[in-house]
Design a protein around this ligand. Structure first.
Ligand SMILES: Cc1ncc(COP(=O)(O)O)c(C=O)c1O
Length: 355
């Protein structure tokens, strides 16, 4: 069988070379061994440091945005719209990336109420002078708050278009075919690093939100015929049609790359998102996520984000402790960022001062 090394170095990059892309990130991001935690838990634990991937405090969206911003420029847009929660990491990274290319970022941030103070990501959105629209839900509207944000955005786009502007509509989390390409490429980047450093990974764990990171990594894995088990960890309620959405997205990616669907199609049945560690709700911390945040800071000097990575890390550590990830395994945790939310206040971060 062909090893991933035989297929390297450019199988994926050659597929991507005709697709527009801008340079935003500091790639390759470091692949770091977590020595103390590896010893403590009797595994080989590595971290892929996308928390320091690039501008605006970095994060996993920078990889997606290299393709999304290029698509917006290719379509001659001058405004980029996007959506997220009030502490959205995606929105902050998109706003910072837009600034580099003289695009105007317009954000629709969904929150329970107008915040009294701008903190964490929201504070940075304001510093970036993004157009910040906070969409709050009345009691009756809670179920269709995203629709409300969409409707408001459509009205704003119409207004801008009549003034002669062109708007790029980026979905929440950068979950479109262009965005997924960034993580297909990321998988190849990781394989190059593990080959160079002679590391054989058993597991690749990451926090899951909209599914773009997972879609990209899984397609990359398929394209390079890797045997690594990818473990996506949910951080809130997983939408009922999540698997179908990812499956459809993998087809869109095949169309975009003009390759055989068979090579990259992700069947809904093969997707297995870990949902046991998502805590009470999206954006709400709980004891295990607070513990993971403290442990990584105090053992390794690494800050996890409260919304995504601390929950995923809580899951990884628990699965190591309960043997679902076997002793002696080689595990990669993809640090997808989200660290500015550490400054978002106790509601988002939880109790992280105590022992
Ligand atoms: C820090 C962090 N990790 C993980 C994710 C999940 O990425 P995806 O939406 O691609 O599943 C996000 C998305 O917003 C994020 O901000």
């Amino acid at each position: 069988m062909m090893s991933s090394a035989d297929k390297m170095p450019t199988k994926i990059r050659s597929l991507l070379k005709s697709i527009p892309k801008v340079e935003l990130g500091f790639f390759p991001t470091p692949l770091q061994r977590l020595h103390k935690l590896s010893e403590k838990y009797n595994v080989d634990l590595y971290m892929k440091r996308d928390d320091i991937s690039g501008p605006g405090f970095g994060g996993n969206k920078i990889r997606k945005l290299e393709y999304i911003i290029a698509e917006a420029l290719d379509e001659e847009c001058d405004y980029v719209f996007t959506y997220g929660g009030i502490q959205s990491n995606h929105c902050r990274q998109l706003a910072a990336s837009c600034r580099i290319f003289d695009l105007e970022p317009v954000l629709y941030l969904i929150g329970e109420e107008e915040p009294e103070e701008y903190r964490g990501n929201l504070h940075l959105d304001k510093l970036l002078d993004a157009e910040v629209n906070i969409v709050t839900a009345g009691a009756k509207e809670v179920d269709n708050i995203s629709e409300k944000a969409d409707k408001l955005a459509q009205e704003r786009m119409k207004e801008l278009r009549t003034e002669g502007h062109r708007c790029y509509d980026c979905p929440a989390g950068g979950f479109n075919a262009a965005g997924c390409l960034g993580f297909i490429e990321a998988f190849e980047e990781l394989m190059e690093q593990t080959d160079e450093q002679d590391i054989e990974l058993d597991y690749l764990a990451h926090a899951n939100g909209t599914g773009g990171t997972y879609t990209g990594l899984e397609i990359g894995r398929k394209l390079l015929s890797s045997e690594i088990k990818i473990l996506p960890f949910s951080v809130g309620t997983l939408s009922e049609d999540f698997e179908e959405k990812v499956s459809r997205m993998s087809k869109s990616v095949a169309d975009k790359l003009d390759i055989d669907e068979e090579d990259v199609m992700i069947d809904a049945e093969e997707i297995n998102v870990e949902t046991r560690y998502s805590g009470p709700d999206y954006g709400v911390p709980y004891t295990a996520s607070e513990e993971a945040m403290k442990e990584l800071a105090r053992e390794e000097g690494i800050f996890l984000g409260p919304t995504y990575t601390s929950k995923a890390m809580a899951g990884v550590l628990d699965r190591i402790k309960n043997g679902e990830i076997e002793e002696g395994s080689t595990v990669l945790f993809w640090h997808t960022g989200g660290t500015p939310a550490v400054f978002a206040g106790k509601d988002f971060v939880g109790d992280i001062y105590g022992p």
